[in-house]
Design a protein around this ligand. Structure first.
Ligand code: MN
Length: 245
């Protein structure tokens, strides 16, 4: 299984989930929410071929932790995986929009300058703005729109830009999410959970959860095994981004 955006470090029992994911060979992009959390997570979740730790700075935290921006930019040069970063334009986040934007644009500039990065992006209530920022990117990096909630027209634009989409179980159960998923080419889809923030029956989703694969199989009238294979191929293609340079 694949979970390309989960907060492994924020489960109540992170080490147990980590060990179980290792045992199951679940491919995980473990995003983090601040540079300090990234450093901690990289130590905590060491020695695994299938679990990638991403350097993140959640848009909701950037204003509160401006002093970590420099750390982020320094670390960025050394890492392959980045996330989550992005812009959150929700009403309660508007007072930090300027600093969110400044940080996100600076991060993108470094990412583009260096290349060869895999980036998981938050765009809640800011899909147009995020796509505007990504529209003149070079193709040297892979940008994954995590839990994209923009319109179908915006998704089309994102596809043209070359973005990937990580899809979670909550998106599969809302009508807006369903029409978005329907509009996406299967070659650009990767499963995620965003757990432990997403739950079913009050329990966080686990990285090896199959709901997204099952949903896509049903929606596209394909076998679960085939969808699993396509998702795996997608991750391989995604991970090859930039490697030929
Ligand atoms: Mn997240």
């Amino acid at each position: 299984m694949i979970d390309f955006h989960c907060h492994l470090d924020l489960y109540t029992n992170p080490l147990e989930v980590f060990c179980e994911a290792k045992r199951r060979k679940t491919i995980i992009l473990a995003v983090t929410t601040s540079p300090r959390a990234y450093i901690k997570a990289s130590k905590y979740f060491a020695n695994s071929d299938n679990i990638y730790i991403a350097l993140g700075f959640h848009p909701e935290l950037v204003q509160k932790r401006v002093n970590e921006i420099e750390d982020f930019i320094k670390l960025l040069a050394k890492v392959r995986f980045i996330g989550e970063i992005g812009i959150d334009g929700s009403p309660n986040m508007r007072n930090s929009l300027t600093i969110q934007r400044d940080f996100f644009y600076a991060a993108l500039e470094s990412i583009e300058h260096i290349g060869n990065k895999i980036v998981s992006i938050h765009s809640r209530n800011a899909s147009k703005e995020v796509l505007d920022a990504l529209s003149d990117m070079s193709g040297k990096n892979a940008y994954i729109l995590h839990w994209f909630t923009g319109t179908v027209a915006e998704a089309k634009r994102a596809i043209e830009i070359g973005c990937w989409f990580s899809i979670n179980p909550k998106m599969c159960s809302s009508s807006k999410g369903q029409s978005l998923i329907r509009s996406l080419p299967i070659e650009r889809i990767i499963p995620e959970t965003d757990a432990p923030f997403t739950t079913r029956n009050n329990k966080p989703y686990m990285p090896w959860d199959m709901s997204v694969v099952e949903y896509i199989a049903k929606e596209r009238n394909l076998s679960i095994a085939l969808v699993q294979k396509i998702m795996k191929d997608n991750v391989e293609r995604l991970l090859a981004t930039g490697s030929s340079m």
